[in-house]
Design a protein. Structure first.
Length: 253
């Protein structure tokens, strides 16, 4: 049928404006596609900006993570035994020991000579006596512990907060939950600085932290985060190596 029509009428010729109309349609389609992509670009940019603004979990700085690791170790520690026992080496020469029962009876020893402690508590915080029962009653929540310790400090001694909290880690028979809370509270104090890996005078390795004291000096502690034990303390004028700190059934001898 198509061949018969072509034989009778010849090959049909396009109208004088047909090519122009076709070209306009093609270019219009291309323009619409280009405009649609241009409309998508701002939306993509906005979505990217929103993604960048969304707060995402960031890795904890090394020092804070170390203190939190020590807190976890402290929380899992046991507190079984008859005597709280601390043995320290002062300034590399003088050795002292302390034994305290859960009923508050206490003995000290210096260079091997044992003496019964009478008249006052063997524990203190910022110069004030602190009994065994008061230590046991401290809260195990970091925020509450920080507030309780701050309230116990004498007026004008706000700069001692980090030092008072650190004292709960090794010089006092703090329950595991309190020691863990003290580590977590220290991790939130901006004045506590992480100094990096360190080794004490006995060659024991740990992590060093420091904080300022009202005297203007700084106390540096080396801790073992795996055991949560404080290994040493130094404030520029005095040093203490912690040889033993924990509960035991062996009394003074």
């Amino acid at each position: 049928m198509d061949e018969l029509i072509r034989e009778l009428y010849g090959k049909p010729q396009p109208g004088p404006h047909a090519q122009t109309r076709v070209w306009r349609r093609v270019t219009a389609r291309r323009r619409r596609r280009r405009l649609s992509w241009l409309a998508v670009i701002p939306a993509v940019a906005a979505a990217l900006a929103l993604f960048l603004l969304i707060p995402r979990e960031q890795p904890l700085e090394p020092g804070r993570q170390i203190l939190l690791t020590a807190a976890t170790s402290a929380a899992s520690a046991t507190s079984r035994g008859t005597y709280w026992h601390v043995k320290k080496l002062h300034d590399g020469a003088r050795q002292t020991e302390l034994w305290v029962t859960r009923q508050g009876r206490a003995w000290t020893a210096e260079q091997g000579r044992v003496t019964r402690v009478t008249g006052r508590s063997p524990f203190s915080m910022a110069g004030r006596d602190l009994t065994y029962d008061q230590i046991q009653a401290l809260p195990a929540d970091p925020g509450e512990l920080r507030e309780r310790v701050a309230a116990m400090l004498p007026a004008g001694s706000e700069g001692l907060l980090a030092d008072a909290l650190s004292g709960l880690l090794w010089t006092k028979p703090s329950p595991p939950g309190v020691r863990a809370a003290a580590y977590r509270a220290l991790a939130d104090l901006p004045e506590v600085r992480y100094l990096g890996p360190a080794t004490d005078e006995r060659g024991r390795t740990g992590s060093a932290f420091s904080f300022g004291l009202p005297s203007g000096s700084r106390r540096t502690l080396i801790i073992d985060p795996g055991t949560s034990q404080v290994l040493s303390s130094e404030d520029g004028t005095r040093s203490e190596l912690v040889l033993v700190a924990g509960w035991t059934d062996e009394g003074p001898r």
